[in-house]
Design a protein around this ligand. Sequence first.
Ligand SMILES: Cc1cc2nc3c(=O)[nH]c(=O)nc-3n(C[C@H](O)[C@H](O)[C@H](O)COP(=O)(O)O)c2cc1C
Length: 192
Amino acid sequence: MSSFDQTKSIHVLGISGSLRKGSYNTAALRAAAELSPPGMTIEIFNLSPIPLFNSDLWAAGFPEPVQHFRDRIAATDALLIATPEYNYSIPGVLKNAIDWASRPPNHPLNGKPVAIMGVTTGNWGTVRAQLHLRQVCVYTNMLPLNQPEVLIARAQERFDANGRLTDETTRDFIRKLLEALTDWTLRLRQGN
Ligand SMILES: Cc1cc2nc3c(=O)[nH]c(=O)nc-3n(C[C@H](O)[C@H](O)[C@H](O)COP(=O)(O)O)c2cc1C
């Protein structure tokens, strides 16, 4: 029998801001699922079916893929967002999904612990996109971890042709992020 304390188990919803098959950000989420500490499970959510936000659609009720997204967020203990940087910000795909999730009633992002990471082929590791994402966390009242910052630059040097993260330093950063997310989520769960 495992000696793991079940009250410390954490289910995480992994969200990639990129829809492309060969996405480095989605590959980073796959690496995270592999590197997750004992007690943590990571489910990778696919944003592809989410329509563009339109209040007219919302007036008729949340579209089914949006409702499913909101339900999955509500059912998880924490989020792990892997964002590309598009023109110094987060991709529209990610912002659109957050916009849908942020609508009342009972918006599921409220008070949700979040860990952020990002992968780019450029040199700055999504630092500008991550700052914008942190700004979005303010109004939606998501609770992002401040540190460690996981800024993955020059992705083509760190992932192999099959999309496996091979760079040990980066794998270590992701491990540390997930350990910090565990502590953060348990602290918030206990209210201290
Ligand atoms: C529309 C667009 C804008 C981009 N802007 C930036 C940028 O501002 N900074 C950056 O480092 N990379 C930028 N890139 C390059 C992305 O970092 C690169 O395409 C990355 O691989 C995307 O993530 P993915 O592999 O998960 O799809 C941009 C790419 C696209 C398609």
